[in-house]
Design a protein around this ligand. Sequence first.
Ligand code: BJW
Length: 266
Amino acid sequence: MNVWGTDGLAHFYNTEPMNDWPFKITKNTRITALCGAGISAESGVPTYRGSGGLWNEIEVQEIATSTGFLSNPERGWEFYHERRKNMGMCKPNPGHEALAKLEQDGYDIFIVTQNIDGLQQRAGSTKLIEIHGSLWKIKCSNARCKKESQRNTDVPIAKENLKCDICGSWMRPDVVFFQEMLNPSLMIEAETRTRESDLFFVIGTSGTVYPAAGFAQIAKALGVPVIEFNIEETLLSDFNDETVLGPSGETLPKFLEKHTGGEFKF
Ligand code: BJW
């Protein structure tokens, strides 16, 4: 389907790998992929928004903000322990694996993921930054405390480890809550890479959360081709050159095989 956007440019909504897209991906093509919860949906990880979305079930202000979480840390940890338990049972899917294999085959792919589940690293991607943190790291909730963020995969975390051993404050998941700044050095890395890209993928994100969604807009403004992979149109669809509709575990491998001229095989 070919749709004319408000900017007067043609926007393509495809359910099949594009036959007419002229771009050939080679090992010199610098690809950046902005990923969101949708890429993990086929692994069984719930998305945040839309039907079945995690945020429909909870009061976001009470859990996913610093003041909400610290107003009742036991309730907050109950929520995050449950997610650790569920996510720990999930496995990477073909969408994660296709991006990981692309890197392993020598293609220049860099991932800016909003996901905290660690599934892309488990699939084998290493050139990746987690801009919203990780469910598998914890840190002290006292910003002035010197304790460093640490990896912790316990489910549940033992009660004594939920208090900082330096200052006694509550530990919290090392994720980015609403109204919290994202790590500035990761922001610079993401923006620099976006600006240097030849091709930009937007995979499984609703594009509602900033500053993450802004990277797709930066890429577009710089004339970098932006290709979206999603099961439906999003707020970013009008900024994209193409939207490939369908589950990313199916569309991504096909797309990559097709647009490398068959050189990449999944
Ligand atoms: C598939 C699929 C399949 C399904 N295949 N696809 C007004 C305007 C602009 C900004 C703001 C504003 N008001 C407030 C803000 C700032 C705020 C923000 O953006 N809010 C918006 C909601 C409006 N941003 C922040 O607060 C950020 N910090 C910040 O801005 O600091 C400065 C500041 C300081 C002081 C005051 C205000 C600002 C921080 C954002 C942190 C986000 N944190 C979370 C939680 C992480 C921890 C946890 O998980 O518990 O990160 S929120 C949640 O959303 C999570 C995600 O990473 C993030 C993005 O969600 P994502 O990945 O896009 O998921 P969904 O569910 O939204 O979409 C899934 C998509 O997949 C859908 O499109 C499906 O169709 C698709 N899909 N199956 C392909 N098989």
